[in-house]
Design a protein around this ligand. Structure first.
Ligand code: SF4
Length: 376
């Protein structure tokens, strides 16, 4: 009888390493158990070379997210860093630009927002910008290294008509420049989401802001489910979802935990997760809030990275109050995008030169255009 052919050594090694990598990833979730009513099933994207599929269902409970959030800081950052490395390229940080195309005069009452008409913040209501002006800004952003261009309008919701038609024109123009066009315009109907998709919109930003529980202390003019409905319309239209929140508004750790669980439970998970630190603007109800400490901020970033391994986690508002070292820690914990420009809508942001210097010090590379960001 002919001797059985010995399997090539590399196959054995390869299978062994694949299984151990799977086991290692699985152990990340092994302390999950289904308990109580707060359980949630989320789809955890595993390493790209998973032995059978790139996705696995895991049960993630509120208890699990709680334990994760309260993990000793260095252990948490190290764990987030491993997840980051398995799913992204270190040193690859996307640069984005956010332009306020319609500033101020908003009828909503978001307690953190200087653009709400009811607060006296010195932000003047302006008309919607015209498309050529916006495209000029988009061209500049591209020349400065941005690959994503976001347009924000201080509206409660989109209204069909001349202004929306102009926004569609902006989206077409930004897309034609070869940039990822993103918009944040307030609540959307299904048909408006569809029209934005047809115009070429790549991403729509609509933040959950915080936990469902704390949300009612921050916003009274629309509710959490309105937010979730708009996100669903965006998803149904085939536009990628950009959804995150703001920390440092006076929420508890438990609110952050609930917020992270809700975000991670969106199915599919958001492709883009902006994490903002509150910029306390005088004249708003949160104008006197103390700045969140950098460790709590980085802790939130690290949890977002672990719970949403494939997402772009974006360091957004509040970067001006973070030292270079704190921003570096956030990159290590999985943040992989920043917003360029000295303003984020109406709040201050680091000068571009400061960002270029930090990129140079860290040897960071601005990331190339993303062509496919959709989760399966
Ligand atoms: S966050 Fe948006 S919806 Fe809320 S007040 Fe500001 S502009 Fe209006």
């Amino acid at each position: 009888m002919p001797a059985a052919k010995k399997a090539p050594r590399f196959e054995k090694t390869s299978m062994k390493s694949m299984l151990s990598s799977w086991a290692e990833q699985f152990s990340l979730w092994s302390n999950c158990s289904i308990q109580g009513d707060n359980r949630s099933i989320i789809r955890i994207p595993l390493r790209a070379k998973h032995p059978c599929t790139s996705y696995c269902y895991a049960f993630v409970t509120i208890q699990y997210v709680r334990e994760l959030y309260h993990t000793p800081f260095l252990t948490l950052v190290a764990q987030a860093s491993r997840v980051h490395e398995a799913n992204h390229t270190y040193n690859d940080i996307q640069r984005c630009t956010l332009l306020s195309v319609k500033t101020g005069g908003c009828p909503e009452d978001c307690a953190y927002c200087p653009q709400a008409a009811r607060y006296h913040t010195g932000v003047k209501a302006e008309k919607l910008m015209r498309t050529p002006e916006v495209l000029e800004a988009a061209r500049n952003a591209k020349a400065n290294g941005a690959t994503r261009f976001c347009m924000g309008a201080a509206w409660r919701e989109v209204r069909d008509g001349r202004d929306f038609d102009e926004v569609l024109e902006m989206v077409r123009g930004v897309t034609d420049l070869g940039l990822e066009a993103c918009a944040t315009l307030g609540m959307l109907t299904e048909s408006q989401a569809q029209r934005l998709k047809e115009a070429g919109l790549y991403a729509y930003n609509h933040n959950l802001d915080t936990s469902r529980n704390f949300y009612s202390e921050i916003i009274h003019t629309r509710d959490y489910d309105d937010r979730l409905n708009t996100i669903q319309h965006v998803r149904d239209a085939g536009i990628t979802v950009c959804c995150g929140g703001i920390v440092g508004m006076g929420e508890t750790d438990e609110d952050r935990i609930q917020f992270l669980l809700t975000l991670a439970s969106l199915d599919p998970q958001p492709e883009s997760v902006p994490i903002n630190a509150l910029v306390a603007v005088p004249g708003t109800p949160l104008g006197e809030r103390e700045q969140i400490d950098a460790f709590s901020f980085v802790r939130t970033i690290a949890c977002a990275r672990i719970l949403m391994p494939k997402a772009k986690v974006r360091l957004s508002a509040g970067r001006l109050s973070l030292s270079e070292e704190a921003q570096t820690l956030a990159f290590l914990a999985g943040a992989n995008s920043i917003f360029l420009g000295d303003k984020l809508l109406t709040t201050p942001n680091p000068e571009p030169d400061a960002d270029y210097r930090l990129f140079e010090k860290l040897g960071l590379e601005p990331s190339a255009m993303t062509t496919v960001e959709h989760s399966a």
